[in-house]
Design a protein around this ligand. Structure first.
Ligand code: UFG
Length: 329
């Protein structure tokens, strides 16, 4: 297929590009490089330097490359930043997708796989989270992603042949096992890369944000899913999408790991006993978020293969060691 990958120069998008190419698809990347890296896009793959709000560029790209489906990874994704800069999140994540859908409509492209998030659930009353768990986001990031979910459903009501998938990610971790691409955020706030930076000596110490939560060891519990598994799910879902389909799935491994358990795994994998201190809770952090990914297994046969945290950490560590300055190395 001819596939447009928006945000294809970013962490998850670049892993999707790698996988789609390996599967024999023709891929075009659209990325404004505000967070992505030119070096993450393989040679030979067209990189259109534009954002989701550049509707005319998107339309022209869809037509020129005869695009048949879009995978949308382009988004701002920091919970804390979204609280400080809500309008940027609504502009990029909501108005941006509106512009993308309008361009798709003009160009006659009727299939999209859209990245959503566990942050749309807020602080759910029941755990594990399933697709039908009520969504009540507690920050503008989650809110912006939920608004797009509504947009896609409403658009589909009016267009019988439009097909979409909403994939709600839990905590994406790890990287390409061959370390060709990896995670390079600036600033970095995610727990595993932060801990790996501490192991590298790039941070004097790492902090655990709160150890007084109502969880087994007092630290927050999350469902960490390997990025290679995550993009595998995208290809499975895209392969199953037929005109008129509406598919919604939670993508996690179905198990929660606490922050303390992640710290132990990182120390074991790296062999470095870096300093970790307990700090205050981080505003907006729900105590526990993990998925029950039974629906996608039942309907499409997908489940995560790399469920061992040490493997996720080891793959991420390989990238960090090979590229100590990220893509700048
Ligand atoms: N944490 C620390 N210290 C740090 C960084 C994080 O203790 O230096 C803790 C957080 O408080 C949280 C856990 O580690 O309890 C995971 O935090 P991350 O920042 O790695 O990830 P989040 O769970 O906040 O968010 C991620 C994605 C979101 C997505 C969410 C869904 O970044 O986009 O998972 O679960 F919405």
């Amino acid at each position: 297929m001819n596939i447009l990958v928006t945000g294809g120069a970013g962490y998850i998008g670049s892993h999707a590009v790698q996988r789609l190419l390996a599967d024999g698809h023709q891929v075009v990347v659209l990325d404004n490089l505000c967070r992505g890296h030119r070096e993450a896009v393989p040679a030979g793959v067209p990189l259109i330097e534009a954002g989701l709000l550049d509707g005319e560029v998107i339309e022209a790209t869809l037509r020129e490359h005869r695009i048949e489906a879009v995978m949308n990874f382009a988004a701002l994704t920091y919970v804390g930043e979204s609280v400080d800069q809500p309008l940027s999140y609504y502009e990029n994540n909501v108005a941006g997708v509106l512009s993308l859908l309008q361009a798709m409509e003009r160009a006659g492209v009727k299939t999209i796989v859209h990245s959503s998030t566990a942050a749309t659930y807020g602080e759910p009353a029941t755990m594990p989270i399933v697709e039908d768990t009520p969504q009540s986001p507690i920050n503008p990031y989650g809110q912006s992603k939920l608004m797009v979910e509504h947009m896609l459903r409403d658009y589909a009501v009016a267009h019988d042949d439009f097909a979409f998938a909403i994939l709600r990610y839990f905590n994406v971790a790890g990287s390409d096992p061959q370390a060709r691409i990896g995670e390079d955020h600036d600033p970095e706030t995610h727990i595993i890369p932060v801990l790996l930076q501490a192991a590298q000596g790039k941070r004097e110490k790492a902090y655990i944000f709160g150890d007084d939560y109502d969880t087994p060891d007092g630290t927050c519990v999350r469902d960490y899913v390997h990025v290679v598994d995550l993009v595998d799910a995208h290809t499975v879902v895209l392969g199953a999408l037929k005109p008129g389909d509406q598919r919604v799935y939670c993508l996690g491994i179905g198990n929660g790991m606490s922050v303390k358990e992640i710290v132990d795994a990182v120390k074991q994998v790296t062999g470095v006993d870096f300093t970790v201190e307990i700090a205050d809770r981080r505003p907006g952090d729900p105590p526990s978020l993990y998925a029950d990914p039974a629906k996608i297994k039942r309907e499409l046969g997908w489940s995560a293969k790399f469920t061992d945290t040490q493997t996720m950490v080891a793959d991420a560590w390989r990238w960090f060691q090979a590229h100590p300055e990220g893509y700048g190395s």
